[in-house]
Structure formats: structure tokens, C-alpha cells
Design a binder for this molecule. Structure first.
Ligand code: PRX
Length: 678
């Protein structure tokens, strides 16, 4: 976060105009089977029992050597958890399940083309494939404990196999989202110091077999420009017997994994017992300024936290069929497709393609076919599916017991569709608030213990003690209606350890703002600054308003863009809304509103007026938008997030930057013409 952003968002007193929503309660049948029904958990995880409470999560794992110190703060604010312990993540996700579950599906992979069969990988098969691949990585590639490897792969089972093979050897994996460009991948290769790139020839997206390997050259070149030579590129094949890419292999550098693997048939590699605080992986995330940051996650602490939150918040049991529709290239996929579910011996479903392909019923067909009972996705996807096929879910005979939303605030209108239509009024919903940096959930309701409140994530999960500070480090009281910076008072095992290679930036970005004494070794002096604005209701539920730099300051009045978007969605014709700040001579900033309509509805002046009127009624005249643009679609990332930054640049007639990596770059020109008339 740049200093400028602090200044922009420095008024802590924000009136929040989002009305309180009624609560929804978990069903008796959900409670009857839930993993956590004991409200005492909040006492056990109270600050007075910190940090020892986290033994409960550590004990969900199998340790090679049990630890002696729960939390070591000597290198504050780089926390060390479960010190003295040794553990292997691959062993915990695979080997230890074999006696009871070897024939159970660990991963069910659903290819995008509907006529291709599903791939079911049992725990035994996962064991075999991970061992053989780990053996290849060790012998052929020469990887050893502590090395970094960059993995640029789509949603195929070879991706978790690769991650778990690395983890088996104590090799640090850095997965780069498959949709990122070669250049972006290369910069991350260089930052992490990987000499090996693992990639894939092609994959399906939206009905097309994409050539993914064509990104390799750019990745290797960009890495080299940034000072890192790539010695070996391992290429997995989408189809064993044919190439899905036109790209020629570079001699002595590029190797097809599928050609090498037969030599490793039957090979086994003993999982390396890693110190609990050894890094398991890096996950890059964007900051407001500067290069992407490599968030470094530990082995023992991270895995314990992924296990505990998967068990109690996701309510995963080994018998469940769990489907998280995120991409493994993001933290959600690491914690809640791979490590969390597998450490609990659940069946984790992976889907290759886009949720709405070839039609908006696809997701629900998959759910019906596999009898998925836990479903996890982002509000963006919910909005998209709601727009494309509002009545589709009821056509399919699936039953979710539990659903998750993650990654952005969900508007109450969208939440209610998710609850009533997708969840058929049967499933409990958790709105999980967290970040790449935090490894696992920060705020959410505990599904069997608390009521749901549309639009609010909920209280801190057990062991997480959030607080809202204003700019002067005063605590903002619950129920005051005033928003401020949400911080976490205490460390937790899932928290990242540092930014790879840049401890100074780590301390500055996440701790400097509210730290009183930089020399202190007491965790109480180091609240974690999330960079998000939030408001705390009287009932202890946090509502996340968005990044502090996503807040629009209109005439000294801060409005969460989400509040405006939520208001837009109340208008029945609206499917999606994005609000961006546009410079205004008099008021500083005012909102510009972009909306996309539900299928079959034509743009009209009346709809524009309805939006303005809704905003005026639910928020006030202060929030009146400068313009309302009804656009055919929103510019979106490949992962489906609306690119508000692009819309803001269009509104502000600024530099739009590189939009070639968007899912739909062509829409940008269209909107440009509409807004700027050229
Ligand atoms: O602004 C918050 C928002 O997403 C940010 C973290 O993004 P990322 O590191 O990409 O991780 C996404 C998956 C965990 C946060 O700073 N955010 C995340 N979850 C929620 C949310 N905003 C509101 N409600 C949520 N449930």
C-alpha cells in the first residue's frame, strides 16, 4: 500500500448506510451432522488462551516430531509456530489416509468438454503418482529441499500432483495462475529464484483448446531479463498421445513429463520431515504499488490452519464431496481445494473450465452428477450464474448442505439468490473473509453455531481477534456505524511469514501503521493491518467494505463502492454493477456506475433513473452518481473479477494499461466509445 493511499483514505469516520439485514438460521439437520457444535470453542480460543489454543488445530495433523513451543515471537513480526516440530505436508494429505481411505476418491477432475470422462484419482493412485513424480523431480531435475519451483498450470489434476510432489521433497512451490501472461509468470520466476518451470501444453476454456505452452518463451525470457536463468521446463500434456500446442520444444531445456515418467514407474520417495516453520509455498499477490509480493507460507502452521478451518468452517468430513470452484492458482485453491480438503481425506472436485460453459446449467449438472454436498465459490461467479441462468439450479437434483462465498463482499440481493435458489433454502452459507497473506479464514460465521447475515462475513473465526482502528489508533466501537481499518490483534498459524526476499516491505505494509515499538517482541504490539475497511455491528459481525483504496470519498464522505453496487442490484433489471470513483471538481470524487442488465432486457432511461433513485433512497443524495453507463458486459479478469481499475481509467480518461490478459478485452473498446465517444 503506498503512502498516497493512506492519505486518500485517512478519514476514519465514515458513515455507513447499508441497512441491517435479517438473520437466517442453520437447519437442525445441518447442525446434527456438523463438526463443530460446541460454542465453548470461542472460549477455548479466547485471547486468554492464546497461543496455546492452536494446539487443537496442530493435533489434526500427523507430526514426524512433535513440537515444543507453540509460538516463538523472537523474530517479530515474523512469527514461528509449532517450533521444534517436523512434518511433511504431502504425507499428511496422502500417506496417512491410506489405511482407511486408499480406495476413496481424493480428486475428481471434470474436464470442460462434456463428452470427456471424469478422472477419478483415489488416495492410493494419488500416492503412486505423487511418488513417481517426486522421484522424477529429485533424480532427473535435481531438485532438493529448499529449492523453489514455479508452476504455471491450468486446472488439471497434474497441478495438485505437482504441488504435493514438491511438498514431499520440501521443495517450495510457487504456483502462478494459469491465466496470467508469460511475462507475469517470468517476473515471478525471477523473484522466487526458480530455475525450473513446470507448465502444460494446453487446456480447455470456453470450448477452445488453448495453447498454454506458447507462454513459456515469454516467461523464460522475462525471467532472464530479471536475472534468473531457467534450466529446465517440464511440460505436462493435456492428452497423453497428442500435442496440444504448436510450440517447438527447446532441446535440452524442455521435456515432456509424460515421456519421462515411465522410467519412474514404481518409484517411491520418503517424505522429507520439514521443520514446522520451513516455507511450504509462495503465493504472489498484487499490492497497490510495486511488484507482486511473494507471500511466504509455512509448512506446519499453514497446514494446521488450513486443516482447522476446513474442518470447522467448511464443515468437511471424509465422506463429503466438496467442490470449490476457485482456481488453484489463487490462495483459495491452495487452502481449500488442495491442502485443507485433502488433509481431512475429503473428495475434492476440480473443474477445468468456465462455470457457464456450454450453458448456465453446467455447474449444477456437475453438482448433480457427482452428488456434491459442499459448494464453494466467489460472489462474482454467483452474480454471473444468476445473470445467465436465474432459474437453472432448480432444474437439477442436487442438494448442498453447505455453501461458501469468498473474496469480495456479497450484496444481500445476490446472497439471497444464492441461499434460496442455489442452496434451495437448505444449505448453510459462510461468507469467508480473508486474504492471500492470511492463509485461511479471518472472519466468518461458524456454520452450526451462528446465524447468517446477508452481506456480513461475521465475527472473527475462533482464535482470530479482529479490531477496527481509526487513523489515530483508537478502537472503533461495535454498533457505532463508523467504519475504519480492520486489523487482527493477534498472530495465527496460517499467517504468512514474510514477503519473499523483502522483509522490510512486509513490516512496512502490514505492521508499521499500528505498531508502537518496532523493537518489541510481544505480539500484542503488532496488530496485523489488513488494508480493508470494515464496520462492526452491535452483534459482533464484521461487514467488509473493501480495500481502503476502493473507498470513494465524496465531498469528505466516504462511501464503500460495494454499498452503491449493492443498491444498484436492488433494481430488478440489473445483473451486475461496478462503481468507480471519478474525479469531480467540486466534490473531489463522485461515483460512476457501470451496470450490465439481465438477459433479454433492453437499456433504457427508465432503468438509469431507477438506479439513481435507488441510490438516493438507500444511501442519500451524496452518493448520486455522475453517470450511469449500461454496458453489454463488464471487463473481467480470467478469474472473473470485474476490472474496476479499467472502468475507473475509462471514467477518468486515464491510461487504461494492458488489457490483453482480460477474459474479454474487446469489451473495453466498446465501453470506451460509449463513455468517451471516440
Ligand atoms: O478486500 C478483501 C477481499 O479480498 C481481499 C483479499 O484478496 P485476495 O488476497 O486475492 O484473497 C482472496 C481470497 C481470500 C481482501 O483484502 N475479500 C476477501 N474475502 C472477502 C473480501 N471482501 C469481503 N468479503 C469477503 N468475504
Amino acid at each position: 500500500m503506498g503512502d498516497q493511499d493512506f492519505v486518500k483514505s485517512s478519514e476514519a469516520q465514515i458513515a455507513v448506510h447499508w441497512q441491517e439485514e435479517d438473520k437466517f438460521y442453520p437447519s437442525a439437520s445441518f447442525i446434527a451432522q456438523a463438526n463443530m457444535t460446541d460454542a465453548e470453542i470461542y472460549k477455548r480460543f479466547g485471547l486468554e488462551n492464546f497461543p496455546e489454543c492452536y494446539k487443537e488445530y496442530a493435533d489434526l495433523l500427523t507430526w514426524d516430531k512433535y513440537w515444543h513451543t507453540t509460538l516463538d515471537t523472537s523474530d517479530a513480526p515474523s512469527w514461528k509456530w509449532f517450533v521444534g516440530g517436523k512434518i511433511n505436508a504431502s504425507f499428511n494429505c496422502i500417506d496417512r489416509h491410506l489405511p482407511l481411505h486408499k480406495n476413496k476418491a481424493a480428486i475428481i477432475w471434470v474436464p470442460e468438454p462434456e463428452d470427456e470422462p471424469h478422472v477419478v484419482i483415489t488416495f492410493q493412485e494419488l500416492y503412486v503418482r505423487v511418488n513417481e513424480y517426486a522421484s522424477l523431480l529429485q533424480d532427473f531435475v535435481g531438485l532438493k529441499t529448499g529449492d523453489r519451483v514455479t508452476i504455471h498450470m491450468p486446472m488439471v489434476p497434474e497441478l495438485p500432483i505437482t504441488m504435493l510432489a514438491c511438498a514431499r521433497l520440501g521443495v517450495i512451490h510457487s504456483v502462478v495462475f494459469g491465466g496470467f501472461s508469460g511475462k507475469a509468470c517470468g517476473e515471478r520466476i525471477a523473484d522466487s529464484g526458480s530455475r525450473v518451470l513446470i507448465t502444460m501444453d494446453g487446456y480447455y476454456r470456453n470450448g477452445k483448446l488453448l495453447d498454454h505452452q506458447e507462454k513459456t518463451k515469454l516467461a523464460v525470457d522475462a525471467a532472464e531479463e530479471n536475472g534468473q536463468k531457467v534450466d529446465k521446463v517440464l511440460v505436462w500434456k493435456r492428452y497423453r498421445d497428442q500435442n496440444s500446442s504448436e510450440v517447438a520444444m527447446v532441446k535440452d531445456r524442455d521435456f515432456y513429463v509424460n515421456d519421462l515418467l515411465p522410467e519412474y514407474t514404481g518409484k517411491r520417495v520418503a517424505p522429507v520431515p520439514m521443520p514446522a516453520e520451513a516455507p511450504l509455498f509462495l503465493m504472489y499477490t498484487s499490492g497497490t504499488t510495486g511488484n507482486p509480493k511473494g507471500c511466504q507460507h509455512s509448512t506446519g502452521g499453514y497446514l494446521a490452519y488450513a486443516a482447522g478451518t476446513s474442518k470447522f468452517v467448511q464443515d468437511i468430513h471424509p465422506e463429503d464431496v466438496y467442490w470449490c470452484m476457485a482456481d488453484i492458482g489463487w490462495i483459495t485453491g491452495h487452502s481449500y481445494i488442495v491442502y485443507g480438503p485433502l488433509v481431512l481425506a475429503a473428495t475434492s472436485v476440480m473443474y477445468e473450465g468456465v462455470p457457464g460453459f456450454p450453458d448456465p446449467g453446467r455447474a449444477w449438472r456437475i453438482a448433480e452428477q457427482l452428488d456434491v454436498n459442499i459448494f464453494h465459490t466467489a460472489p462474482t461467479t454467483v452474480r454471473m450464474l444468476r445473470k445467465a441462468g436465474p432459474d437453472e439450479p432448480q432444474k437439477y437434483n442436487y442438494h448442498f448442505k453447505h455453501m461458501t462465498t469468498v473474496g469480495e463482499p456479497i450484496e444481500p440481493e445476490v446472497w439471497k439468490w444464492y441461499y434460496n435458489v442455489v442452496g434451495k433454502g437448505e444449505a448453510v452459507i459462510v461468507d469467508t473473509y480473508w486474504q492471500t497473506e492470511t492463509g485461511g479464514f479471518l472472519c466468518s460465521t461458524m456454520p452450526a453455531l451462528q446465524a447468517m447475515k446477508p452481506g456480513s462475513a461475521g465475527p472473527g473465526v475462533p482464535g482470530i481477534h479482529p479490531v477496527i482502528y481509526d487513523e489515530d489508533e483508537n478502537e472503533v466501537e461495535a454498533g457505532s456505524g463508523i467504519a475504519g481499518n480492520i486489523c487482527i490483534r493477534n498472530p495465527w498459524p496460517g499467517a504468512f511469514q514474510t514477503i519473499w526476499g523483502d522483509r522490510e516491505r512486509y513490516v512496512k505494509t502490514y505492521y508499521e501503521k499500528y505498531n508502537k515499538d518496532p523493537k518489541s517482541k510481544d505480539w500484542r504490539d503488532w496488530p496485523y493491518f489488513t488494508g480493508d475497511a470494515a464496520v462492526l455491528a452491535e452483534d459482533g459481525y464484521f461487514r467488509i467494505l473493501g480495500r481502503v483504496d476502493d473507498v470513494i470519498n465524496v465531498a469528505g464522505h466516504r462511501l464503500g463502492t460495494k454499498e452503491l453496487e449493492s443498491a444498484c442490484l436492488v433494481v430488478p433489471e440489473i445483473a451486475e454493477a461496478a462503481v468507480v470513483p471519478v474525479a469531480d471538481e467540486i466534490k473531489g470524487k463522485v461515483p460512476d456506475i457501470y451496470v450490465a442488465l439481465k438477459p433479454g432486457i433492453k437499456p433504457s432511461k427508465k432503468i438509469e433513473e431507477a438506479i439513481i433513485s435507488e441510490i438516493e433512497t438507500s444511501i442519500g443524495k451524496i452518493a448520486r452518481p455522475k453517470h450511469v453507463y449500461i454496458v453489454p458486459d463488464m471487463p473481467k479478469t480470467r478469474s472473473g473479477k470485474i476490472m474496476r481499475r479499467v472502468l475507473a481509467s475509462i471514467s477518468n480518461r486515464g491510461d487504461i494499461g494492458d488489457v490483453t490478459t482480460l477474459a474479454n478485452p474487446e469489451i473495453v473498446d466498446n465501453i470506451l466509445k460509449m463513455v468517451q465517444g471516440n
